[in-house]
Design a protein around this ligand. Structure first.
Ligand code: HEM
Ligand SMILES: [Fe+2]
Ligand SMILES: [Fe+2]
Length: 392
């Protein structure tokens, strides 16, 4: 069990204080239309700071960006109050490297609540290492890390308040709605990437770990919901690869590339992505196949020579015939053969490969599937000429 000493009080104040404050706002301040739309816009701006900035740029380096773009996204991401780029990216790289294990800070195996918010409330030991040398040596990242608190307070609360205050004289609304309530929404939306995206949806590319693909998660996370894809191809600047899938983070990065703010957008080769997809399709097929009776595998059949086959027929009365080196027992099939009893009876004790494959009738798939359940033995050695069916 956890004790009070395990609780990270700084995070508790941020994570529970803001929703409480937002409720105070909803109870006491009227929500004006302009402020509502400003809050929505600021929600997208700060949310994209996390998804396009913290996540796809700094944590994964899935594209390159000019300093201007970095500053814009850093300002935006700072307003989402999810810690510094350095802290966030480190934890996130650990999450990818140690997904679903003890070392994964948001280990989905510890439950939905843990991966959503619990991991921030209970202090954790730093027991995993990951390379963040690129971040440590970046002056912009270092600047944000050093002045984080005043920067975060400004971007999260003061700036949205100033805009609504100077813009349309709604100071309180700007603070409570575009500042506080908006922050609560951004928090829980992005937290869903760690919780919901590891619980809801499809294993499109791999089912060995928890990340899943789902449209609903994408909808609340600005496109981060194609999370199975993302864990397979984390260096890809996209999370959704189909044009009709919802990934505004990808669209933002792509539009920025049109004016040169971003460049070298990385994409995993389509050929490899497709391999992943069919791997999972194959796996599903194999699972279905396991529920069906395909008879004894050929390698596991006992081996008989042609004269032994003949002996079996006379000793046991079994009606055996040979097709492509395999001996089939058609005793129970005589009455049901769509081609009639006569042909089968005449085939007993003979190699009827040619007749079966077109000499008499070129059998459909149905026949080939069905006969697998009639396998009796593997044939060794030759069949005398007189017992082999002809092409005609
Ligand atoms: C294990 C052995 C065999 C199995 C499991 C089998 C099974 C079947 C099945 C399921 C069909 C229905 C159509 C199709 O699936 O193609 C069929 C049709 C037929 N079979 Fe066989 N067959 C066997 C051996 C033979 C042999 C040895 C002959 C002839 C020498 C033969 C002659 C025919 C003919 C002529 C038809 C056509 C019936 C029609 O559509 O009018 N079959 N067989
Ligand atoms: Fe994840
Ligand atoms: Fe990631």
């Amino acid at each position: 069990m956890y004790t009070l000493n395990d609780v990270d009080w700084k995070h508790v104040v941020i994570l529970f204080g803001t929703p409480a404050l937002a409720l105070v706002g909803f109870a006491t301040v009227p929500l004006r239309t302009a402020t509502f739309w400003w809050a929505v816009a600021y929600y997208f701006f700060t949310g994209l700071g996390i998804t396009a900035g913290y996540h796809r740029y700094w944590a994964h380096r899935s594209y390159d960006a000019t300093r201007v773009w970095q500053v814009i996204l850093m300002a935006a991401g700072t307003g989402a109050v999810e810690g510094t780029v350095k802290w966030w990216s480190r934890g996130h790289r650990i999450h990818h490297r140690f997904t679903d294990t003890e070392k994964d800070p948001y280990n989905a195996k510890r439950g939905f609540l843990w991966s959503h918010i619990g991991w921030m409330i209970i202090k954790q030991k730093k027991n995993a290492t990951v390379d963040i040398s690129d971040l440590s040596s970046d002056p912009l990242v270092a600047f944000q890390h050093k002045y984080y608190l005043p920067l975060a307070v400004f971007m999260a609360f003061i700036f949205p308040t100033l805009v609504a205050g100077f813009g349309w004289n709604d100071w309180a609304g700007g603070f409570f709605f575009a500042g506080v309530a908006r922050l609560v929404f951004v928090h829980h939306a992005t937290f869903c990437v760690n919780s919901l995206a590891h619980y809801l949806g499809e294993f499109t590319f791999d089912d060995r770990r928890t990340p899943k693909d789902h449209f609903l998660t994408a909808l609340v996370t600005l496109g981060e919901g194609y999370h199975n894809f993302h864990h397979e191809f984390p260096a890809d600047y996209r999370n959704a690869i189909k044009f009709w899938q919802y990934d505004p983070t990808k669209w933002t990065i792509w539009f920025a590339s049109l004016v040169g703010l971003t460049y070298n957008l990385k994409m995993f080769p389509a050929n490899e992505i497709e391999k992943g997809r069919i791997h999972m399709m194959q796996k599903k097929l194999d699972d279905i196949k396991k529920t069906l009776d395909y008879g004894v595998p050929v390698e596991e059949l006992p081996v008989l020579t042609f004269s032994q086959v003949k002996e079996r027929i006379s000793e046991t009365g079994k009606q055996l015939l040979i097709i492509s080196g395999v001996v089939y027992d058609v005793s129970k099939f005589m009455d049901d053969h769509p081609g009639g009893k006569g042909f089968l009876r005449a085939a007993v004790g003979r190699d009827v490969t040619a007749s079966f494959n077109g000499g008499v009738y070129d059998h459909a798939n149905a026949a080939r599937n069905l006969m697998s359940s009639m396998r009796y033995a593997r044939l060794e050695g030759l069949v005398p000429e007189a017992s082999v069916s002809r092409e005609d």
